[in-house]
Design a protein around this ligand. Structure first.
Ligand SMILES: [Zn+2]
Length: 153
């Protein structure tokens, strides 16, 4: 196999293929099936994600992929990408993060304040618990979700 300048259908530019392999995307350009599959995936995946974001069902996306000539493996691969990526699913997940983060954070603060309060009111003093794991973990989860939440508005 010789090295030559070819048009890579994936990169959509002229490349110097080494042994028929595109250096940009490492596709074996002599393997027609592999090339077609790659091209199809590159075109179909963004479309599928956009369809899903607009509320298309997995069945609708699957039908469309099949019409475009995708094989079963490729369909499964793409569906796995778009599954659970509906706007509704993202909102639900974010609300969960927000709630869980807040519970964890306030739980940590309560435990710390509560045990501290008990300790300072006990004769002779005592121990108290600084629940920093819950405070930081919950705080980070809560803030992260809050930032995403604000972006939605
Ligand atoms: Zn390429």
């Amino acid at each position: 196999m010789s090295d030559e300048i070819v048009d890579c259908p994936l990169c959509e530019r002229r490349v110097f293929a080494l042994n028929g392999v595109c250096p940009g995307c490492t596709t074996d350009l002599n393997n027609r099936d592999a090339v077609e599959r790659h091209v199809l995936k590159r075109k179909a995946l963004p479309t599928a994600i956009a369809d899903r974001a607009r509320g298309a069902s997995l069945g609708q996306i699957e039908d469309r992929l099949r019409n475009e000539g995708a094989d079963e493996d490729l369909i499964r691969e793409i569906l796995a990408h778009v599954e659970g990526k509906t706007p509704e699913a993202m909102v639900v997940k974010n609300d969960q993060d927000l709630r869980r983060g807040l519970y964890l954070l306030s739980g940590g603060v309560l435990v710390t304040a509560g045990t501290y309060f008990i300790a300072i009111h006990r004769d002779g003093g005592g121990y108290y618990i600084i629940a920093y794991g819950a405070v930081f973990g919950g705080g980070i989860q809560f803030l992260g979700a809050l930032l995403k939440f604000r972006k939605r508005i």
